[in-house]
Design a protein around this ligand. Structure first.
Ligand SMILES: Cc1cc2nc3c(=O)[nH]c(=O)nc-3n(C[C@H](O)[C@H](O)[C@H](O)COP(=O)(O)O)c2cc1C
Length: 258
């Protein structure tokens, strides 16, 4: 097994997987490692849905915007904020059920995300690869239906999991000095911003232009630089407004807006 630093510093998202089953004991070990993450009040307000069933994956495929890893990876994991279990326990003990509001959802979301990253690191230490899918949140209303989630359970993050069948290059990160602030927030000058994003601009644009589909979109939307790729092509105002509305509807339906 790798040390934690080896795993962290060699992380790359894996989008191609071998047709190789994950042994049950390995899966159990990484999920157990997930549950060792810190948890708000140690309530563990989350659930982990492990999907291996091909017909379910086929149902999830369009909801994950037809990303190939949904079908190709042996396992798909959906981490959900979950106060259903806790509320049932409270009810059985004549305790007020609470936890049907936005604050509860956010607490569950934080905990579920912490668990997911623990599972990701443990998986990578076992030689497995993962790729998070933001579509878990964007499509959380429909995914809730497919995964038969009861009220007070909402999908927040998810990833594909399996043995890597590719070895992509490490992706860039902003330099530490762009991220870390000493004591209080030091706001950025234009010069700072251009300096911090200089490398990203080059490596990011190179990466997007090497993907034929994205290259076509870059040309179609006339994105002249990486910043424009982000908000003219990938994360448009319209798409984010739609996802915001969908996520709010899901929270409403799942009982987190009281
Ligand atoms: C919350 C979240 C959602 C993501 N969603 C997707 C996704 O839907 N599809 C995808 O291919 N990669 C997705 N990624 C992976 C990122 O694109 C990837 O982490 C980033 O480009 C950095 O690359 P690296 O993980 O190889 O270092 C997601 C990552 C996160 C954290």
């Amino acid at each position: 097994m790798n040390t934690i630093y080896e795993s962290i510093f060699s992380h790359r998202s894996i989008r191609k997987y071998k047709n190789q089953k994950i042994p049950e004991e390995v899966l159990d070990r990484i999920l157990e490692a997930g549950t060792r993450a810190s948890s708000s009040g140690n309530m563990q307000p989350y659930s982990i849905i492990v999907t291996t069933d091909i017909s379910l994956k086929q149902e999830l495929f369009p909801l994950h915007f037809e990303q190939s890893m949904v079908l190709d990876a042996p396992v798909l994991i959906t981490f959900c904020a979950d106060f259903n279990r806790m509320r049932k326990w409270l009810a059985l003990n004549d305790a007020p059920e609470n936890f049907d509001n936005m604050m509860s959802f956010l607490i569950g979301m934080i905990d579920a995300t912490l668990v997911s990253q623990n599972v990701a690191l443990a998986a990578e230490a076992e030689g497995l690869g993962i790729c998070y899918m933001g579509t878990t949140l964007a499509s959380n209303k429909d995914i809730s239906r497919v995964l038969k989630l009861p009220k007070h359970v909402v999908p927040v993050v998810g990833f594909s999991l399996g043995y890597p069948d590719e070895s992509p290059a490490l992706r860039d990160r902003l330099p530490l000095k762009a991220i870390v602030h000493a004591n209080t927030y030091q706001d950025y000058t234009s010069k700072d911003i251009l300096e911090h994003y200089k490398e990203k601009e080059v490596s990011g644009m190179k990466r997007y232009k090497s993907d034929p589909e994205l290259k076509k979109m870059i040309e179609q939307y006339q994105a002249e630089n990486l910043a424009q790729v982000y908000t003219k092509v990938k994360y448009t105002k319209e798409s984010h407004q739609k996802y915001s509305k969908d996520v709010l509807e899901c929270l409403f339906e799942q009982g987190f807006t009281n």
